[in-house]
Design a protein around this ligand. Structure first.
Ligand code: PLP
Length: 496
């Protein structure tokens, strides 16, 4: 069955998967969603005999129906290879009765690698299929992890350039070092004076700037997006929820048909939306638990049915979740509103004008399988310490937020369903916060002393991604105001 992609904000003509991947965002500002969610064509039992790459093919072919088998397999095999430091690609680790789905074994040790190692291949394949002659300019706003993962994915990919904007004071020292040391003649990294939402809003504005698009086209460029709004990011993320279930099945931890819960540390709502898609495709998932940090817009939304971003933006130790506008939530809102694009466009307009919108009682009922939870900084640190002391397993701060929410949910609900927690970053990416949580005495050490100490404590080898930046020179030092983003882009493209 052919799957097309339509905008969440108008009834414009649906486009093919490759076109949706190239465009990133629909013309009307909406997000592309599949015209229907496909069902898995194989049973969980059959899928449990497949490795990660084979599972990826079975899942992704259902969404990317205009890709040939050869094209898609080539993309998958180019992405999920020795860049990952384990053969399983996304292994499960059991700690205190919960399964941590480790999504951080790729090139930049955060879960963004799961999608961003394949996106460049999906994108260049899409460009070829659609006879695009322009050079593709990837424009990305990052709260820390997307930026590096996108840079690593696109560095020196022919026919592409990549420009990454990050909040100058809103990412961890290791995250910043990872980005500003990025090699590749087609890469540009810019710090902005502002927070992640400022960066994301600025990027969205550039995408919507028709005059700029025209000017770029004349010079042989066109934008595309590597942000989690791109359907080419979302689809690869569905894979690991299928894979997690089939691993538990293969290992006898679950019996066929038995449900599992998933807990996802959430920012832009991409990862948990992928879990929701997996559930709709037939993976026996029961509850979808959305975990937030102190920026608990989503927790409040699931509780009240009102999305309200009018609040203080709080910098936490889980910066990739410091987000007040969760872009991918729009896809869920659209779906539970009966795919009513006019109603959705109104809500999104209200969000940009007033910073809030409400959903109806009927829509709330559609959210019955979602739960929202949040963890304070104190709870997050206490969780890291306790899990380490109880079983030697060290999680990063984002995963710890989900760990806290998971514990709270299980305690309050008495729900004993087997549970996976999406483990979204290596503790090595947030070493300072993690080590401080384990013992405040570590605060006096340098970043790389902490890395070595974490290695000693956890017995987990220092990942290559960290070793590489120990001595790497800074190659990017541009910093700008949020209203200078357009000028910066034009300068990089030599358009002035
Ligand atoms: C991006 C990110 C998240 C949030 O994922 P979303 O898909 O934006 O909800 C959580 N943890 C880490 C480490 C991340 O990099």
């Amino acid at each position: 069955m052919e799957i097309l992609y339509k905008s969440t904000r108008s009834n414009s003509e649906p486009v093919k998967a490759s076109e949706a991947i190239l465009k990133g965002l629909a013309k009307d500002g909406g997000l592309f969603v599949p015209t229907s969610l496909p069902k898995l064509s194989l049973s969980m039992e059959e899928l449990s005999k497949m490795n990660y790459q084979e599972t990826a093919y079975e899942v992704m072919k259902l969404f990317l129906t205009d890709f040939t088998e050869e094209e898609l397999k080539h993309c998958i095999n180019s992405a999920y290879d020795s860049k990952f430091d384990v053969e399983e690609i996304a292994p499960l680790a059991e700690a205190k009765g919960v399964y941590y789905l480790e999504l951080f074994h790729g090139a930049t040790i955060a879960f963004k690698d799961m999608a961003l190692s394949i996106l460049p291949h999906l994108l260049t394949t899409s460009a070829k299929k659609n006879n695009v002659k322009n050079e593709i300019v990837i424009l990305t706003a990052t709260s820390g992890d997307t930026g590096k993962a996108a840079l690593a994915g696109f560095a020196d990919v022919p026919g592409t350039k990549i420009i990454v904007f990050y909040p100058k004071n809103g990412v961890s020292p290791i995250q910043e070092k990872q980005m500003v040391t990025q090699k590749g003649s087609n890469t540009h990294v810019v710090g902005i004076h502002g927070n992640f939402d400022d960066a994301q809003t600025g990027v969205k504005k550039l995408f919507a700037d028709e005059a700029l698009a025209k000017e770029m086209d004349e010079k042989g460029f066109q934008f595309s997006s590597a942000n989690s709004i791109n359907i080419g990011r979302l689809v690869p993320q569905v894979v690991y929820y299928v894979y997690a279930y089939t691993r538990l099945l293969a290992n006898g931890k679950l019996s066929e048909g038995e449900k599992m819960n998933v807990v996802v540390p959430t920012g832009n709502f991409g990862n948990i939306l992928a879990a929701y898609y997996a559930k709709n495709m037939g993976v026996p998932i029961d509850k979808l638990v959305c975990a937030s940090n102190d920026n608990k817009v989503l927790y409040d939304f699931f509780r009240t049915g009102t999305y309200d971003r009018n609040r203080e933006f709080i910098l936490t130790s889980s910066p990739s979740m410091d987000i007040l506008i969760s872009s991918n939530l729009e896809r869920l809102i659209y779906k539970i509103a009966g795919e009513d694009s006019a109603a959705n466009a109104e809500r999104m307009d209200s969000l940009s004008r007033n910073g809030s919108y409400e959903i109806t009682e009927e829509m709330k009922k559609e959210l019955a399988d979602f739960r929202g939870g949040y963890a304070t900084e104190e709870e997050t640190f206490a969780f890291i310490k306790e899990l380490y002391e109880d079983c030697g397993y060290v999680t990063d701060t984002h995963t710890a937020v989900a760990g806290v929410v998971c514990e709270k949910y299980r305690k309050e609900s008495k729900d004993k369903t087997k549970t996976i927690v999406a483990s979204t970053a290596s503790p090595y990416k947030f070493t300072r916060s993690v080590m401080k949580a384990i013992d405040p005495k570590y605060d006096s050490m340098t970043d790389f002393e902490l890395v070595d100490e974490l290695c000693r404590l956890s017995g987990v080898a220092v990942p290559k991604a960290i070793e590489e930046i120990r001595t790497a020179p800074v190659l990017h030092d541009t910093v700008c105001e949020k209203d200078e983003m357009k000028a910066v882009v034009k300068k990089f493209l030599g358009m002035e």
